[in-house]
Design a binder for this molecule. Sequence first.
Ligand SMILES: [Zn+2]
Length: 217
Amino acid sequence: MEISEYRQQVFDTTLALVDIQLIRLSAGNVSQRLPDGNFVITPSAILYKNMDPRDIVIIDSDGNIVEGDKKPSSEKALHLDIYKSRDDINAVVHTHSVYSIAFSTVDMELPLVCVELISVGGPVPVMKYVCPGLPEVGQEAAKFFADRPRLKSLLMKNHGMVAVGKNLDDAYQNAYKTEIGAEVYHLALQTGRTPQALTDEQVQEILSRYQKPKESK
Ligand SMILES: [Zn+2]
């Protein structure tokens, strides 16, 4: 596949996230891993509604620009460190989606209150606060993904959410599922009663019905 097609895929996924309001204005970023070991990533500080596919930047694993006129996302370290943490991760989506941010501010993980949160490997934890854009954001986030091989999303304290996937569509869906889970949990808490998480037995039953057999490496 041509580089322009990988760029177009990142562009399309970003606009799809704008459509469902997981990404607003210029907050949030998207990347994918290329077969040659480089990465395609959204540019920094661009209103996504004004973005052109040619604005998408190619960077190497140290964050240096390989191709592109724009600056790569200020969260490039977040993306690159997560890729280094697991070789099954080929796409990363970072959003400032409101329900996820809300739970991060009160340090509440998302318990397994619905099927969506099982498929992202929940309960979805909250990482500690780090100033957005610092390299430490990536180091902290990568620890969670390295420690929990099934984990596909993470809340970032007072900042947002990051979701990963085997490809861009998977990462997009995992971001969406996490935000749905956060919204469901929020609505359930409004009743004043305690939301009940699925039990271990119920989770195992769901996993055994829907999980594909593990591919041998
Ligand atoms: Zn951010």
